[in-house]
Design a protein around this ligand. Structure first.
Ligand SMILES: Cc1cc2nc3c(=O)[nH]c(=O)nc-3n(C[C@H](O)[C@H](O)[C@H](O)COP(=O)(O)O)c2cc1C
Length: 399
């Protein structure tokens, strides 16, 4: 978001206070946010709040004779990279659908060539009304992006659809608008997180994978235009907006889900840390402490990556991850050959800022052509570098 020029249009919904939080979030990411408000919006939260949070003057009056605000509907829209209308009332949505320009906000939208993102927020009956639905459909036809409101408790005391979307969802929409759509049309399958292999009703074997790398891959691919299916073991991460989630627990469930989704994918990335072993027998009741040693018989799980390597179509790009603690490059190269994949991403699980449960990673990309060590980057930056490599590999396959 850094340096991005966002023109935020705030309208008179009870959810206005949430938009104030969004301005803070954007400012923290060093985006340049300018705010315009309808007269109704200023009844809920004063322009002072938005001015203080954005660091810029807030415009509210189309007919201001103040030198800085004169013709604001034209000057505001001039260099905006995106116009975000949030919260968007039924009233403003109706005005925009009609192409009206009777206040500063609606006039600025008409005067802007930037993409417009509309985040409706209203009572569920207002939202369901055929007039509102028709207006939203018209906006879609006009090329406006609608971030659908969510279901849940509403300010009016009812429960239903009409809650302003969460900031994470809106942020993803904005990032998608700013990103190159170089994965558009690609169906991508990603696995992420650990698996849990039950021992008894209370215990399981697992590992320290947080899922952060796989989720970063899913988010960035979705932003770059791909259709993403994310098969995830248990994690504490929120589902990336716009991604199809397939939750699983065990390695066997993950293998089954991969089998089901792999044929439809052009690119498959296995970032999950799948357990190599499971209990030979799962106890039906909690294993009791008996004061003596306990031995567990383990049997190997299916090697999902190797199976994919055997069954893959040659036009698919197959990527595996290798979490290594020594001999990284040699081990990565061995896996590249043994598992018949196009790219192995090796990460050093002993590094302080790499591997499990941290937000940064330093990986080595190993292909038939050679090894490339990336710098220490955020997991999202690492994910984008992996996609650049995958796109180059796809092109090499003539796609
Ligand atoms: C307390 C209160 C809450 C309101 N909340 C909403 C809302 O969430 N969504 C909506 O569409 N209208 C809401 N309205 C009605 C709008 O404020 C009204 O339609 C107004 O004309 C919108 O003007 P604007 O779109 O120019 O901001 C609310 C009104 C009041 C008094």
């Amino acid at each position: 978001m850094q340096g991005r020029k966002v023109l935020l249009g705030v309208t008179g919904s009870i959810a206005v206070f949430k938009a104030a939080g969004w301005v803070s979030a954007l400012a923290k990411e060093e985006a340049q946010v300018t705010v315009m408000m309808t007269e109704a919006a200023t009844r809920f939260v004063t322009p002072l709040t938005f001015g203080a949070l954005s660091g810029h003057q807030v415009s509210t009056d189309m007919f201001s004779t103040d030198a800085e605000e004169m013709m604001a509907h034209i000057s505001l829209s001039g260099d905006a990279e995106v116009v975000l209308i949030a919260p968007a009332t039924a009233q403003t949505i109706a005005q925009l659908a009609q192409g009206m320009a009777d206040n500063l906000l609606t006039a600025a939208v008409l005067a802007s060539a930037a993409p417009v993102v509309v985040c409706p927020a209203m009572n569920s009956k207002m939202l369901a009304h055929p007039a509102t639905q028709r207006n939203l459909a018209t906006l879609k036809e006009l090329g406006y992006r609608i971030v659908e409101p969510e279901n849940g408790p509403l300010a009016c005391g009812e429960v239903g659809s009409g809650r302003l979307a969460e900031w994470e969802t809106v942020r993803e929409t904005l990032l998608g608008l700013f990103a190159d759509q170089d994965l558009a049309g690609q169906h991508i399958l990603i696995t992420a997180g650990p698996t849990r292999e039950p021992l008894d009703p209370a215990r399981y074997l697992s590992n320290r994978s947080s899922g952060k790398m796989g989720y970063a891959l899913a988010r960035t691919a979705q932003r770059r235009g791909a259709e993403v299916v994310l098969i995830s073991g248990p994690t504490s991460l929120p589902a990336p907006p716009g991604v199809t989630m397939v939750p699983v627990q065990t390695a066997a469930e993950m293998a089954e889900a991969v089998q089901e989704h792999a044929p439809g994918a052009q690119i498959i990335i296995k970032a999950a840390a799948v357990a190599d072993f499971r209990a030979k027998e799962v106890a039906s009741f909690k294993i009791k402490k008996k004061g003596a040693d306990l031995r567990l018989d383990l049997v190997p799980n299916q090697d999902i990556l190797a199976s994919l390597g055997k069954e893959r179509r040659q036009d698919q790009v197959l990527v595996g991850f290798a979490a290594e603690s020594n001999n990284h490059e040699a081990e990565g190269r061995r896996k590249l050959e043994a598992k018949q994949v196009d790219l192995i991403v090796v990460n050093d699980i002993l590094g302080q800022q790499t591997g499990f449960d941290v937000d940064t990673n330093q990986v080595t990309l190993i292909t038939q052509e050679g090894a490339e060590q990336l710098a220490l980057l955020s997991k999202e930056e690492t994910a984008n570098k992996i996609w650049d490599k995958v796109i180059a590999l796809s092109k090499g396959k003539g796609k």
